[in-house]
Ligand binder design. Structure first.
Ligand code: SF4
Length: 451
């Protein structure tokens, strides 16, 4: 019996799929990369983007065609709006909320039986218990060097362009003990890049009203484990919200070696009026104050962000404020998205009034800004020695790829394969806008392992 899962969307869906794999493999299914030989086919959907929903429908149409010639069970889960769950029931055998994952074996055994929560939105109190059971499932990691640890589910922020509060519900923080236990397990197994995941990661603990650690407290506990264990690993967190970013978080990151000096802080727009319509509830003044705290407390940290161009009603002047913010802040990386209405999100009811040609031009301008800043930053690293975590063979033949602590991609030539998860010391020899090239520092002993 073989299975295949297609994962759409963000890191949270990828992390969820690692737990789905565990449950399915516990039933005796084996992974196959070839969906044509699978008898269990699933999709972890992302209904925050119409493109992803279109992919779900085209895939299930194909799978349902195969059913006339062989036995096949199909399922869909992930970030799914309640309205989409009802529609998916017409095409998939099983539709379930991720919190129901522990019940998946029973659903497969009696396939076609769909739980009540799959079709209704999940009620608050059972959902809390269900998500606890979901977190107890051990993930089956797909990477050799990188692990994701969910620390929270859902979001209370209700940004107008986003459907997450409707697909995942309100924020629930995972008990810190479970998070720390999972962290110790993945470090013991040899994972060296670990990301604490949540839709709104730095509001961790606020739903427990003092009965749980807050986010800086959680980071301190992670940092203390890193210090005491003496193991080399880097811990990242994503995505934080500017509203909940405090100096205490930054000071904690500064204090511990295992807390990676890289901050991802979504900007979304550099204009106050657009920020109000996005319901971000912070101003550019607030954002810039956080940036200056990052520069002061973590002077070597790289800075990543998310930006939306062409949000409904965004004028040329408002866009120019975003471009100026990029020029001033000089991000190392920005994930720039062209605005498209997301079904279920508040702004999907507003007119999507910026022509695509204008959106593309704005994207182009911001990409040019980003490229220039990133290249300049990378140039300044030439001649310096940096610690690099090997991630695997590079696309360039004879080269190995890795990342710096600040998540800048670095490649180096190696006559021998180097295991993912190995730390090496490189001297940077050249820079490109989004990557570096380097040479191992101690050529006499080949590629030196640092930990
Ligand atoms: S903070 Fe805003 S963008 Fe992020 S998940 Fe919550 S609603 Fe969506």
């Amino acid at each position: 019996m073989k299975y295949h899962i297609i994962t759409l969307g963000c890191q949270m869906n990828k992390s969820d799929s690692e737990r789905v794999r565990t449950v399915v493999e516990g039933m005796g299914y084996e992974w196959t990369g070839n969906e044509e030989e699978a008898s269990l086919l699933g999709i972890l959907a992302c209904s925050v983007r119409q493109k992803s929903i279109d992919k779900v429908y085209s895939r299930i149409a194909r799978w349902n065609n195969w059913k006339s010639s062989r036995s096949l069970i199909t399922f869909v889960s992930g970030c799914v709006l309640p309205a989409d769950r009802e529609k998916f029931l017409k095409s998939f055998d099983l539709v379930f909320d991720m919190t129901e994952l522990p019940d998946l074996p029973d659903m497969i055994r009696q396939y076609g039986v769909v739980s009540q929560t799959a079709v209704k939105s999940v009620a608050v109190s059972p959902r809390k218990e269900k998500i606890r059971e979901f977190w107890m499932v051990q993930p089956t990691h797909v990477s050799d060097y990188e692990a994701f640890i969910p620390i929270q589910n859902g979001c209370d922020k209700f940004c107008t362009f986003c459907a997450v509060p409707y697909t995942r519900g309100r924020e629930i923080s995972r008990p810190s003990k479970e998070i720390l236990d999972e962290l110790k397990q993945v470090v013991e197994k040899g994972y060296r890049s670990i990301t604490l995941l949540g839709q709104n990661v730095n509001s961790y603990g606020l739903d427990k009203q003092g009965a749980e650690l807050n986010f800086p407290g959680l980071l301190k506990a992670v940092g203390e484990y890193g210090r005491i264990s003496g193991k080399g690993f880097w811990v990242y967190f994503t995505s934080p919200h500017p509203r909940d970013m405090s100096d205490e978080v930054l000071e904690t990151v500064a204090k511990y070696d295992c807390l990676a000096k890289q901050i991802h802080l979504p900007l979304q727009s550099g204009d106050d009026k657009v920020l109000i319509r996005m319901n971000r509830k912070h101003t550019m003044g607030d954002y810039k104050r956080i940036i200056s705290s990052i520069r002061r407390i973590l002077p070597n940290a790289t800075l990543f962000t998310d930006i939306i161009v062409g949000f409904t009603g965004e004028t040329d002047e408002q866009f120019e404020n975003t471009r100026r913010a990029m020029e001033e802040i000089r991000f190392n990386m920005a994930y720039i998205a062209i605005y498209s209405p997301r079904p279920g999100a508040a702004s999907s009811r507003w007119k999507d009034d910026i022509p695509m040609a204008v959106k593309k031009m704005r994207l182009h301008h911001l990409t040019d800004e980003l490229t220039a800043h990133s290249l300049q930053y990378n140039h300044n690293l030439v001649g310096k020695r940096v610690k690099v975590l090997v991630t695997g063979p590079d696309r360039k033949p004879g080269f190995v790829s890795g990342i710096t602590e600040g998540r800048i991609v670095v490649r180096f030539a190696s006559r021998h394969p180097v295991s993912p998860g190995t730390f090496i010391l490189l001297e940077i020899t050249s820079a490109a806008p989004y990557s570096l090239e380097g040479e191992p520092v101690n050529k006499l002993i080949g590629v030196p392992e640092l930990s």
